[in-house]
Design a protein around this ligand. Structure first.
Ligand code: DGT
Ligand code: CA
Ligand code: CA
Ligand code: ZN
Length: 578
């Protein structure tokens, strides 16, 4: 069992405990589940090397949970979990995916209507049986139906950022196959879409048959769907399919171009080829019988009279026109960030200390981070009040002294992830906000307000002269929560007027603001930041997903404040820094 699978079962335990009214226990399981998800080392390795004692050293893991994890690693289940599942045989994770359904609702639905899964829930809602349950009502019933539709639409796809490590491992393994010369993962993975339907592997190599043999035998493969001479399809244990195709070197550029897509982009390219009296296929660009390009993608774009187009832009959303006119922007690169402006630590719900987060960021080549622990209105995270924020600022001063002494050119900045209250005010006093280097503000509650109310709420927060950045503006969670109703164009206008920065939160299932909104910001000249929203060291690696989202929105380095040195970045904030 890998960490993700263990984390999922513990999360399920948390939900089941909540159904049973055991909130304290639930909280313990939730915490451990979260820790494990972001943990760098595989728990099964720790267990193999050091046994249960090794597991007990993990943060938040006591004797009980350690024993459960050991059972999970050894047998895939544990006694308490089995008993609970027997007592309450519902697909709780499936039901919880529906917006507006929490563990307590699941309990009521099970107790009163014997609802076990999404299908049962949909049927009951359509038969109008849910509205009569205590604490539900007609509105909730409608919301549940809309929620089910949303889950079904996003079903079957995976959030790319959450499975990319596994995909990269797969890629490395294919690279090592005997006979393989080159490997690229194409399709939506290469275009860095937020979610992916499958994994399209393209290979250059000798002896395709032997390559296929090795592919279908991989331990990552659950079962084989089709095995052929040039293409094979398998279902991965990851829960999605993968196609592997073998090409020769001289057609690889054309194949890569075709299988990278998007389909809409491909169709436009083919049209352009046709207009020029050429023909484009996955085997090459042809004039009559003569092949005039195909070895490289660059060669194909060039022969079509286009500048090279980065994969993240290939959606037929204006990139073809821009490439024809030579107006494509030079989008921000994956190595261009110098800092990270949203970092949580063990002062609130983060896993690591300020020092450890800073050290890791430094190792990753960053020059600064902003510590932005939660503030008091988000009580579940142990959010800081004014007094504790002031204490943390002193601690940060000390750590910066230590960095100086050790001759490290790295800065830790003082910040906070404050809460935008229902009325748009901020949960921390202005005089303390004024002392912070960077103030982030975010919505964590009152998701249900109307579009007008939400927009006014955020606008009010942006008009606060201390609020530098709005974190994860829409609060969406991909595949789980649609996000609040909001007039984003209005928000962007006010951001421009007030000089407020909008964040691209890089956490894999947030990516908020999304590419289309990034593009509006670019067009209106509103600056953005790209932040990991890290709650553990390893999460700082998530920055790349935020960069992908920024690229999808055509953002250049100049649009992103933390692509600058610390002093330049600070000078781009509104208010006291200017
Ligand atoms: P996904 O897998 O749903 O996340 O999205 P893609 O874009 O990876 O789609 P997929 O795997 O069905 O196909 C990979 C690429 O192959 C796709 O982006 C474009 C190309 N392709 C597939 N089918 C067609 C087609 O019928 N026409 C054209 N023009 N291109 C296609
Ligand atoms: Ca695909
Ligand atoms: Ca495919
Ligand atoms: Zn947090």
């Amino acid at each position: 069992m890998n960490n993700q699978e263990i984390s999922k079962i513990l999360y399920e335990m948390a939900a089941l405990s909540r159904m049973e009214g055991e909130d304290f226990k639930a909280r313990a399981y939730e915490k451990v589940s979260q820790e494990i998800e972001g943990f760098g080392e595989q728990l099964s390795d720790i267990f193999e090397e050091r046994g249960v004692a090794g597991l007990e050293e993990l943060p938040g893991v006591g004797k009980n949970i350690a024993a459960h994890i050991a059972d999970l690693i050894e047998s895939g289940t544990f006694e308490e979990y089995k008993n609970l599942k027997r007592k309450i045989p519902v697909d709780i994770l499936g039901l919880l995916e529906v917006e507006g359904v929490g563990p307590k609702n699941v309990k009521a639905l099970w107790d009163n209507l014997r609802i076990r899964n999404l299908d049962d829930l949909e049927k009951a809602a359509k038969e109008k049986k849910i509205r009569d349950l205590p604490n539900f009502g007609e509105k909730t019933e409608e919301k549940i139906l809309a929620g089910i539709e949303f889950v079904r639409k996003s079903g079957g796809r995976k959030v790319l950022g959450l499975v990319l490590p596994e995909i990269r491992t797969l890629e490395e393994k294919v690279k090592k196959f005997s006979g393989v010369e080159r490997v690229v993962i194409a399709g939506s993975v290469r275009r860095r879409k937020e979610t992916i339907g499958d994994v399209d592997i393209l290979v250059v190599g000798r002896n395709p048959k032997k390559i296929m043999d090795q592919f279908v035998e991989l331990p990552e493969v659950d079962h084989v769907i089709a095995k052929g001479g040039k293409k094979s399809s398998v279902a991965l244990k990851l829960g999605i399919n993968s196609d592997l195709r073998v090409f020769s070197e001289d057609e690889f550029g054309a194949a890569l171009n075709y299988f990278t897509g998007s389909q809409a982009h491909n169709i436009r390219l083919r049209q352009i080829a046709k207009e020029k009296g050429m023909k484009l296929s996955e085997y090459g660009l042809f004039r009559g019988k003569k092949k005039i390009a195909g070895k490289t993608e660059e060669g194909i774009y060039k022969k079509l009279g286009l500048a090279y187009i980065e994969p993240e832009l290939r959606e037929d959303q204006g990139e073809i026109e821009a490439a024809l006119e030579g107006n494509l922007p030079e989008i921000i690169g994956y190595g261009d960030l110098k800092g990270d402006l949203q970092i949580q630590t063990d002062w609130t719900d983060g896993h690591d200390s300020i020092w450890d987060m800073a050290t890791y960021a430094m190792e990753k080549g960053l020059e600064y981070i902003v510590i932005t622990d939660h503030t008091k209105d988000l009580a579940v995270t142990g959010g800081s009040d004014e007094k504790r924020l002031l204490e943390q600022m002193k601690e940060i001063d000390k750590l910066n002294e230590r960095l100086k002494k050790e001759k490290k050119k790295f800065r830790i900045l003082k910040g906070a992830e404050t809460n935008i209250l229902k009325d748009g005010s901020i949960d921390i006093d202005d005089n303390v906000l004024a002392k912070l280097d960077v103030v982030g503000a975010a919505i964590h509650k009152n998701f249900e307000l109307s579009k007008k109310e939400q927009t006014e709420r955020v606008v009010k927060a942006m008009r606060n002269p201390h609020v530098d950045i709005i974190f994860h503006l829409t609060t969406r969670v991909i595949g789980k929560r649609k996000g609040i109703e909001l007039d984003v164009e209005k928000i962007i206008e006010v951001a421009k007027e007030t000089g407020t920065v909008l964040e691209i939160d890089a956490f894999p299932d947030r990516l908020d603001i999304a590419g289309n909104h990034v593009k509006s910001c670019v067009e209106k000249g509103v600056r953005m930041s790209i932040d990991s929203d890290a709650h553990a060291k390893a999460h700082i690696d998530f920055l790349e997903h935020g960069i992908a989202e920024a690229r999808r929105g055509w953002a250049q380095k100049g649009d992103i404040i933390n692509a600058n040195s610390v002093d330049e970045m600070l000078s781009m904030l509104k208010g006291k820094n200017q």
